[in-house]
Design a protein around this ligand. Structure first.
Ligand code: 0RA
Length: 655
């Protein structure tokens, strides 16, 4: 290269850099557009984005192990044993392919034509976004006998990639520290990451995913907390994991793994003796919460095949009731996973698959496989059809119960507000909050402590039905549940076959469960959340359900009073208020329940928007949440006790 060429190259290099800067700056200016949000969710999304690249390398057949490590400083390391991101100079860009992948938006795909690029985060933005949103990111590549390294700050390279040693293996290691000036949270949640990795292991059989938490070291052994997820079988094991604590209706899990019209399709189906339907669908490893063509194809195939079998066997004729589509899915747990090269995502949260060809492919594949299975397993077929008939009969009973209730003019629909409800004066749902409080005494305190303009209080009296274990019509007979529906203003199932909730009638956009911070309180909160999870899921998905966290302690010095929600906070506040004198001269009160607080204390700590700590109930991982609820609420009492005692909050129901 002569001097002129070198200058040209340099100029071009800096021109490229300016373009890159503009790209990465856009990510930093509007991070939510690229990763959804800048809260806990977005923070965890960074990890998924990096892991997805390694999953792609594994799906291409070159990588078998992926390690995710939460480091002590809450930085994350993702390491794989793939081919290593290419480090050679990129023809047009005048810098290494590695640097292009890490600094150009959407560049990842350009280099992976040979790989089956289907995995990919919900936003599919690539690892360059992670780079732009990290204080530092270090890439270490083992490739062609060398170790290559490059460091970035907020997406900008410190220097070009350089050889730093000899390598005897191949692979990619990315370590990044999320930018604290961008994210509102900086602490990773082990359970959130581990349940996603577990899910990925089931969805991609044969890949070993390891998670390690260096913040959590066992003092005796000196070993960090660690879990390994690996599934030889894939979806079949996933369904067995989800349904693990439920009683089986049939011994086998019906599985299918095939390719139709170039679309890889995997399905696993199981029936339990309970009543809820749990079907989880995935496209390119993304949980399609809003469903779509693949899910519709599956449901149509299940219904048509079972109906045909039942008609031919004469079992349906005996039922004497009409069988509806829902009846085929009572007690069904299933997972559908398809890999689609060019998925079209629709819907509010862009998690609904629109490709019609996928629906047809799934329908054909599932029909064929299920028909064969039923023919070869007549005992299972009989058990399933009998269950369908029972479901139809129970649904008719539920309709009758509902009708009877409606006739008594106190239905699940908003025929008048419940007498116990202390409503607020504002009538715009967007401004209004409803506190669900267990017991009349705490309810009374809450009524005194509220802001009557926008805060309503509904005291709940009596046992809350465990809906996990109840037939649907029982919920229409439960006083407490009817009261909750009436206060909310919503109803469901008024049209005979619809299980959807009429959200437009919802009277509050914040529904706040307020329970004691002890084991009983956790149990009550869980019962209420189960009701929402199973019967008013739309309210959770819209972000309307919250938990009010009451403080554990108050620390008083003279007239000054401070509240603490955790032990660490208490230590910190004692230190702040008393500067090294320990607890001497302080009055520390431990609250055992809401009932011990005065109305003013409850207002200041738990109810008023200024002082309270609200946790939004969200479902990070629907399949894991289903398992958690069935375990918490099932017959198996011992694991439930233990779980509630060990978990201050709620696993997988990430707040
Ligand atoms: C494209 C080409 C090649 C490797 C990769 C992408 C790759 C990317 C990532 C991201 C994380 N881990 C990765 N591992 C590999 C290599 C092509 C070749 O060697 O011929």
């Amino acid at each position: 290269m002569n001097e002129q060429e070198r200058l040209d190259a340099e100029r071009e290099y800096s021109a490229d850099s300016i373009q890159v800067l503009e790209g990465l700056e856009a990510v930093r200016v509007r991070p939510s557009m690229y990763i959804g949000d800048v809260n806990v969710r977005g923070l965890h999304h960074l990890v998924y984005e990096v892991v997805d690249n390694s999953i792609d390398e594994a799906l291409a057949g070159y990588c078998h192990n992926i390690y995710v490590c939460i480091n002590e400083d809450n930085s994350i390391t993702v390491k794989d044993d793939g081919r290593g991101i290419p480090t050679a100079e990129h023809e047009k860009e005048h810098r290494s392919a590695l640097e292009v992948v890490l600094t150009v938006l959407h560049a990842g795909g350009k280099f992976s034509k040979d790989s089956y690029k289907v995995s990919g985060g919900l936003h599919g933005v690539g690892v360059s976004c992670v780079n732009a949103l990290s204080e530092t990111l270090i890439a270490e590549i083992h490739r062609e006998g060398k170790i290559w390294k490059q460091t970035f700050h907020r997406g900008i390279p410190e220097a070009p990639v350089a050889v730093v040693g000899e390598a005897y293996d191949t692979g990619t290691t990315i370590t990044f520290l999320p930018d604290k000036t961008i994210f509102t949270e900086s602490v990773y949640n082990y359970d959130t990451l581990s349940s996603r990795l577990r899910e990925l292991a089931y969805l991609n059989k044969g890949i070993r995913l390891t998670i390690m938490d260096k913040r959590n070291v066992d003092p005796e052994s000196g070993l960090a907390k660690c879990e390994v997820f690996y599934s030889e079988v894939g979806l079949g094991e996933f369904v067995e994991y989800i349904d693990g604590t439920r009683e089986k209706l049939i011994d086998n899990t019906i599985t299918l793994s095939t390719e139709r019209a170039g679309i890889p399709i995997e399905v696993a189906v199981h029936y339990n003796t309970e009543y809820s339907e749990n079907v989880f669908s995935y496209v390119n490893n993304i949980n399609t919460i809003e469903g779509g063509t693949h899910l519709d194809g599956f449901k149509r195939a299940l219904r048509a095949t079972l109906k045909k079998y039942a008609d031919n066997s004469g079992l349906l004729a005996k039922a004497k009731v009409e069988v509806s589509a829902d009846d085929f899915r009572e007690g069904l747990t299933a997972v559908i996973s398809v890999k689609v090269a060019e998925p079209q995502f629709e819907g509010q949260t862009k998690t609904k698959l629109g490709n019609t060809e996928v629906g047809t492919a799934v329908y054909q594949a599932v029909s064929a496989a299920l028909e064969t299975y039923l023919e070869e397993h007549p005992n299972d077929a009989k058990a399933i059809v009998e269950k369908v008939v029972l479901a139809a009969q129970a649904r008719h009973a539920a309709q009758n119960a509902r009708k009877a209730v409606i006739e008594r003019k106190s239905s699940l629909s908003g025929a008048g507000l419940p007498g116990k409800l202390a409503d607020c004066s504002d009538k715009n749902p967007e401004n209004c909050e409803l506190f669900l409080v267990e017991g009349d005494s705490a309810g009374g305190t809450a009524k005194q402590g509220r802001n009557q303009r926008f805060q309503a209080v509904l005291p709940l009296r009596g046992k809350i039905l465990n809906v996990e274990k109840a037939l649907e019509h029982r919920i229409y007979e439960s006083d407490v549940i009817r009261t909750i529906f009436r206060a909310l203003g919503v109803s469901k199932g008024t049209k005979d076959d619809s299980r959807a909730l009429n959200l437009e009638k919802l009277r509050y956009h914040k529904i706040i469960v307020m329970a004691d911070a002890d084991v009983d309180g956790a149990h009550i909160a869980t019962l209420i959340m189960t009701l929402f999870f199973r019967h008013m899921r739309e309210i959770i998905d819209n972000g309307y359900l919250y938990l009010a966290m009451a403080p554990l302690y108050s620390v008083k010095k003279g007239k000054e009073i401070k509240y603490c929600w955790t032990e660490e906070q208490r230590e910190q506040i004692v230190e702040e208020m008393n500067g090294g004198k320990g607890e001497a001269g302080l009055v520390i009160q431990r609250y055992k329940g809401l009932g011990e607080m005065t109305a003013m204390q409850l207002r200041d700590t738990t109810m008023s928007p200024e002082g309270r700590l609200l946790k939004q109930v969200t479902i990070e991982n629907a399949a894991m949440a289903d398992r958690t609820f069935s375990m918490l609420m099932g017959d198996d009492v011992p694991p439930r006790r233990e779980f509630i005692e060990q978990n201050a909050t709620y696993a997988n129901i990430d707040a």
